[in-house]
Design a protein around this ligand. Sequence first.
Ligand SMILES: [Zn+2]
Ligand SMILES: [Zn+2]
Ligand SMILES: [Zn+2]
Length: 259
Amino acid sequence: MKLTFLGTGTSQGVPVIGCKCEVCTSKDSRDNRLRTSAMVEVANKRIIIDAGPDFRYQMLRAGVTKIDAILLTHEHKDHTGGIDDVRAFNFVDYPIIHTIHIYSNTSTIEAIHRDFHYAFASDKYRGVPEIKTHTISEKESFEVEGIEIIPIVGQHSERFRSVGYRIGKLAYLTDMNHIAEAEIAKLESVEVLVINALRWEPHSSHFSVEEAIKIIERIAPKRAYLTHMSHRIGLHSELEHRLPKGVMAAYDGLEVEIL
Ligand SMILES: [Zn+2]
Ligand SMILES: [Zn+2]
Ligand SMILES: [Zn+2]
């Protein structure tokens, strides 16, 4: 199984439009962070987690010509805004149409139907994305193309939950601010854990670096990667020295093999 980080930035991305801070003006490519997304390649299938506003460019940059499914963590636009661009995958083998299957919890799938209503209309116009949505139970594992996926639910803010996903020895959690004990229990023996860490200072809807590290220590994976970082987290080159052993800041394009 291979995990590729397609984007590791918070909702505004890094650099932030108009910002002149040292991170936003850094020449280190690892300080350029598109909106948070990842690709998991397993058993000859390619699963994308989240499809935000940078989805099109992320697919081009990673050279992806075929995807098998999209898992969405929650409805925020930095995770869903690029869904219209699945059209390209619909038509790659035209006249064969590849419908794109999207999985998430009830509230997220409802939001997709609201936001992209034209894709689900009875009188669709030509060229709309061909999407089939699948509402998952937050409490039960589900299968995508024969691959078992376990949802891990966390609290994002008072109003929103975010669904993380465990695929074998990999767990991917983003946009969480709290995770209940019963959900942490589902992460036992995970070897690679991805978890969101916005910045060093606490935040109302995201883990800080320290909060993320506390969760990592509980789960004790072999390797942990931080994602969904803001420009306020500091330069990537300095993060490497500030994080404990086994905890790394992810960066766009990073590939992780999970055996
Ligand atoms: Zn987000
Ligand atoms: Zn900045
Ligand atoms: Zn969010």
